[in-house]
Design a protein around this ligand. Structure first.
Ligand code: HMG
Ligand code: MG
Length: 313
């Protein structure tokens, strides 16, 4: 089956979109099974071969907090040996200077700090208050930039928080601007529990524009908990966003949203973008093959509708 061509002229869309693959990190951090390091390396090299331009490989966080990614140094060492510079360019999460030091030791070139737009999630995810998280990031980002690294800033709970409820758009903009002013080159807006809807997404982009942050500095990070991730992506495309986070097979979930499905699935995103005529450089069949490979490794069927349709998985 191939994507049917649109029988009408679609609304103006960016010509090209960057898919920022987070499956090996956001996906696997939320799986109950701990995946062997060799399988992770195979997943990542398959995704690279599928044409994913950016692959977030793992996290240098406290291993007790995320045991699924406790093998981060071993994995990156393995990948550097196998694919050299392509591995060094893969982003990894670092919450603090300790994480940054671990990434620097391996010669990595791209890190991401991850903050929260809300007080409660900053405490639950980082063991820091809202303000303390920025104090932790500041020297981390400064030293990473001084070392010539690319730095991404994530912001979680941008569209709603399971403890605090609705999160005002202005609160998100204030937190996002703080990360950018600190030196993050790109800001990824996380719908951590998948509650966003299309109008909210467009209002968020407009509020950032009003604060002087253009779409060229934004990425969208949708989880599909309420089945809105593709609709939200379409809404963001209409207002000019060109970087989208996605996870092969829709792997993962969210420990803070029970029964949540994972991130927007990479193959679902590629299918939609192909139909819209938006370039990604990603080979759909190769992503689906990777999803099937990981489904076998994890012993469960993929959450992705496109993988199920194409591979009968
Ligand atoms: P803490 O317990 O407050 O840490 O945790 P600490 O600074 O007090 O240090 C305690 C011990 O941890 C020390 O060791 C440190 O060296 C060690 P000791 O002296 O006791 O032997 N330590 C570390 N070890 C390894 N790597 C490190 C590190 N840092 C300290 N980097 C901390 C604070 C931030 C470390 C902890 O809360 C943590 O690791 N949190 C990570 C949580 C996480 O990874 N969450 C998932 C990612 S975020 C996400 O998924 C959302 C996103 O997808 C977007 C969205 O969907 O919204 C990005
Ligand atoms: Mg996430």
């Amino acid at each position: 089956m191939t994507v049917p061509a649109a029988p009408f002229t679609p609304a103006p869309m960016p010509e090209r979109v960057t898919i920022y693959e987070v499956g090996p990190r956001d996906g696997l951090q939320n799986e109950s099974a701990v995946v062997p390091v060799a399988v992770k390396a195979e997943m990542i090299t398959r995704l690279l071969d599928a044409g994913l331009p950016v692959i977030e490989a793992t996290s240098f966080v406290h291993p007790k907090w995320v045991p699924q990614l406790a093998d981060a140094a071993e994995l990156m060492g393995l990948l550097v040996d196998r694919i050299g510079d392509a591995a060094r360019r893969m982003p990894v999460l670092v919450p603090n200077e300790k994480g940054l030091d671990r990434a620097l030791d391996l010669g990595l070139e791209h890190v991401a700090v991850f903050g929260s737009a809300t007080e409660t999630f900053a405490q639950k995810n980082l063991n820091r208050s809202y303000d303390e998280q920025f104090a932790m990031f500041e020297p981390t980002v400064r030293r990473a930039r001084d070392a010539g690294m690319d730095v991404r800033g994530y912001l979680s709970m941008c569209f709603g928080d399971p403890w605090e409820g609705a999160v005002p758009v202005e609160q998100v903009v204030r937190a996002g601007v703080r990360l950018l002013e600190m030196g993050a080159g790109q800001l990824s807006l996380g719908d951590t529990i998948g509650v966003a809807t299309a109008g909210h997404v467009q209002a968020m982009v407009a509020a950032f524009a009003e604060a002087g942050v253009g779409v060229d500095r934004l990425a969208m990070h949708f989880h599909d908990t309420y089945g809105q991730a593709l609709a939200n992506t379409h809404a963001a495309l209409q207002v000019g966003v060109t970087t989208f986070d996605a996870s092969a097979g829709g792997l993962g979930g969210c420990p803070y949203a029970k029964s949540a499905t994972g991130n927007l699935a990479t193959e679902d995103l590629v299918w939609m973008l192909r139909g819209l005529g938006v370039e990604t450089g990603v080979d759909l069949d190769a992503v689906v093959d990777t999803t099937v490979f990981m489904a076998d490794a994890l012993g469960k069927s993929p959450a992705s509708a496109v993988a199920r349709a194409l591979a009968g998985a």
